[in-house]
Write a protein that binds this ligand. Structure first.
Ligand code: HDE
Length: 746
């Protein structure tokens, strides 16, 4: 008989690999919170709750009560029994079968077997952050909502960004709409703006949503393609449903491939109502305006990132917050007095139409700052339940038929996805204000309700909890009393039937570069459509919007436009507007340099003094630099010092950074002989990024066989070089290079 000893089978020697493996309640755990912001790519990360506690707020404090910290704790079962052996199941003899009695194995395995919940039917892939919202000025003229009246309040928020089509594990940079959902934990209850980064939506009536989503999701026969709309069923649907074309235009524009979540606008899309304390109402549309400005990727870059760094947006959000570079957005309102609703030649209840800012300016009324990462992806980001029906007194619905359907769908889907009626008791969904009602029981009920009366009215407990009359603030919710008079009818309103003027306005509002990108995107997507008649129908649809657009796409697809198509008249102007510059992402020519990342390519022999200068100048302007070499570890400088490398050139490809610098190097041949280094410059060039070459580094540029332009900077003076680099970087991309870049292989 073998002696009874635990852990006999542990291989390799776990003591050497994990020094604490065999200690119960180890006392010298050395994972400590990072004391101050860490630049992107730096280690270690610390859990959000341990980092920057000064950023806490009422919701985060509420979540503190649920956070569990394992440091210095023994391993236990879910029922709290300390575990002595987590390596071996209980067997009948060392080589015998496992015993049914092994409750430790069962406890662990049964939980594991149930770890997955249904992913969101749309917007499955997402990333989220905590933060706060604060008003600039009181909006009491329009609404009695407390959080929109009191400028002293910092309302906690939780924001989730997402793509729509792909599943939970899909890539971030797909061409797609991005979700932009915000939960405000107000003192009067949770208020959600469940918006997206497109100013319009694909359909007008909720009853069409399941069909639309089926069409855009992967093909039903083989579940291909993942995270992409470039396939037959999507374009078939588009070609048969002209109401989709406006938002399809938006997704085919650069808005479909944002550079980061910090660089995109958000739109509540639907018209809502605001109601003030005198019960007067006006209509409103909600906007988020990013402080970092709007900009996008190059399509080839977005595609390369899907393989090279599929978590690009998620990581960028995380790292910006870790670095203290908080994403910020202003909340904007378009207020439409009820008396002016008929002043437009479109219907404000139509979600496929935006209200041009040229007609109704966006008033910026407050700022949202995202200053803390979640502690646990599943507990927070996955379990958060947004719902456009989460209103507080002072905000109400409009009759937008798309919004009306959403009011139902979100709660319904949460009941399924989160496993029952008590999903609002999950910590991330719980309001920060008190909540009491007669709802009881159901799966996973957390509250221990002590009220002997679980109904209302009751005399057993003095009728508690009681109704609150509507009043200016902290009153009960009462729906706005709108006068309605209509027949019960299934019909689309006449006022929603113009499908082409809005896309015409959108097209005319884009810069020439953006227009070309739209043509390219339609061409790419339709090029993947197998059935020719679908491609032809979409081109025909485009003929209703603009001839240059239709012709550009048709040419790429090898389609000849008919005489009738060429002669088709342009749609009438949208509300007499030729263009609206706010619809272009590049209306503002320069952008703040927030969270821009610069790669510094080095090898042994690099001039260490130049590297120091580059880093000093970039850090001073709050840009991030990454020292990349052909290998990890250190490089020996020309001056004989050792420089710690942040990553390899191969592992941090040019698609993950915004600009590249090559400092002068005694041993430049090392980089000249490195295919990854040459490819680095070629890709950066192709994606219209600035390239700064110091002194003899120009040899690398020549070896990459690229042509000089205003974004390829060469200087022997390192200070001048970096100053120019930052100036060029604020232009985001070298648009003038785009045509030349086509000749560089991807
Ligand atoms: Fe959604 N949508 N949606 N949607 N939507 C969902 O809710 C739905 C629509 C949006 O980060 C689902 O919890 C219907 C417009 C975002 O958790 C589901 C209709 C807009 C998110 C659902 C729409 C959105 C969702 C899936 C047409 C922009 C992600 C899982 C009537 C204004 C929120 C879930 C998050 C999620 C239904 C149209 C934005 C199924 C029926 C328009 C940002 O309930």
């Amino acid at each position: 008989m073998m002696s009874k000893k635990y852990h006999k089978a542990v291989m390799p020697d776990q003591r050497a690999v994990h020094p604490h493996t065999f200690d119960t309640a180890p006392s010298d755990i050395n994972i400590k919170p990072t004391p101050k912001p860490t630049q992107p790519g730096s280690e270690p990360y610390a859990a959000g709750s341990q980092k920057l506690p000064q950023n806490s707020n009422a919701k985060l404090q509420d979540l503190d009560t649920y956070r569990s910290v394992d440091d210095n704790q023994p391993l236990t079962t879910t029922t709290g029994v300390k575990v002595a052996d987590n390596q071996n199941s209980l067997k009948a003899g060392v080589r015998g079968p496992t015993l049914m009695e092994d409750f430790l194995l069962r406890d662990k395995m049964m939980h594991f077997d149930r770890e997955r919940i249904p992913e969101r039917v749309v917007h499955a892939r997402g990333a989220a952050a905590h933060g706060y919202f604060q008003l600039y000025k009181s909006l009491d003229k329009y609404t009695k909502a407390n959080f929109l009246n009191d400028t002293g309040l910092k309302t906690p928020v939780f924001v989730r960004f997402s793509t729509v089509q792909g599943s939970r594990g899909s890539a971030d940079t797909a061409r797609d709409v991005r979700g932009f959902a915000t939960k405000f934990y107000t003192q009067e209850g949770n208020f959600d703006i469940v918006g997206v980064n497109t100013p319009t939506f694909f359909i007008q009536d909720a009853i069409k949503f399941p069909d639309f989503v089926h069409a855009v999701k992967p093909e039903p026969l083989n579940e291909v393609p993942q995270g992409q709309s470039a396939h037959d069923s999507f374009w078939d649907y588009v070609s048969l449903q002209p109401e989709t074309i406006q938002n399809v235009m938006v997704v085919m524009s650069d808005r479909g491939i944002p550079r980061s979540y910090s660089n995109m606008e958000g739109f509540g899309i639907h018209t809502f109502r605001l109601v003030n304390s005198k019960n007067e109402s006006c209509f409103v549309r909600f906007h988020w305006k990013p402080i970092a400005g709007t900009c996008s990727m190059i399509w080839d870059e977005a595609q390369a990132l899907m393989g090279r760094d599929p978590d690009f947006h998620r990581k960028n959000l995380w790292e910006s917050i870790e670095a203290g570079d908080y994403p910020e957005y202003e909340l904007g309102l378009q207020i439409i007095p009820e008396s002016q609703v008929n002043n437009f030649d479109f219907d404000i209840l139509d979600a496929t139409k935006l209200i041009p800012e040229a007609l109704v300016p966006v008033q910026r009324i407050g700022k949202m700052v995202l200053n803390r990462n979640p502690d646990n992806y599943f507990a927070e980001t996955e379990q958060v339940a947004f719902c456009p029906a989460n209103l507080v007194p002072g905000v109400d619905f409009s009759n937008d038929p798309l919004l009306q359907g959403r009011i139902f769908s979100y709660i319904d889907t949460q009941m399924y996805r989160l496993g029952g009626a008590n999903f609002n008791e999950i910590p991330i969904n719980k309001p920060v204000c008190p909540f009491h009602n007669q709802q009881r029981d159901g799966f996973h009920r957390m509250e221990i309700n002590t009220n002997p009366a679980n109904y209302e009215p009751n005399s057993i407990n003095n009728n508690w909890p009681r109704e609150t009359a509507p009043k200016a603030q902290n009153g009960g919710f009462s729906s706005y009393q709108e006068t309605l008079d209509g027949e019960k009818i299934r019909q689309r309103s006449e006022s929603m039937t113009n499908f082409y003027s809005m896309p015409r306005l959108f097209w005319q509002s884009q810069t020439a570069t953006e227009q070309q990108h739209i043509i390219n995107a339609f061409s790419f997507e339709l090029g993947k459509v197998m059935r020719p008649y679908i491609r032809e129908r979409v081109v025909d649809l485009l003929c209703n919007i603009n001839h240059d657009l239709a012709k550009g796409v048709a040419t790429h697809l090898g389609i000849t436009l008919t005489a009738e198509q060429k002669a088709r008249p342009a749609p009438i102007l949208f509300n007499n507007l030729d263009s609206d510059p706010t619809l272009s992402l590049y209306a503002n020519k320069t952008l703040p340099l927030t969270s821009r990342k610069v790669a510094i390519l080095v090898s042994d022999g690099v001039c260490g003094e130049s590297v120091d200068k580059i880093r000093e100048m970039l850090t001073k302007k709050k840009l991030y630099s990454l020292l990349l070499a052909p290998h990890m570890g250190v490089v020996k400088t020309q001056q004989g010092d050792s420089l710690k490398v942040d990553g390899t050139i191969e592992g941090n490809p040019s698609v993950t950074i915004d600009a590249v610098v090559v400092p002068t190097n005694q041993n430049i041949e090392m980089l000249l002989n490195d295919g990854n280094a040459k490819y680095y410059l070629q890709q950066a060039y192709k994606h219209l990024k600035p390239i700064a070459l110091h002194n003899n580094a120009k040899r690398l540029f020549d070896a990459a066989m690229l042509e000089e332009d205003k974004g390829t900077l060469m200087d022997d003076n390192i200070v001048e070089l970096i100053l120019t680099l930052m100036k060029v970087l604020s232009l985001h991309r070298i648009w003038e290079r785009e045509e030349k870049a086509l000749s560089v292989p991807a």
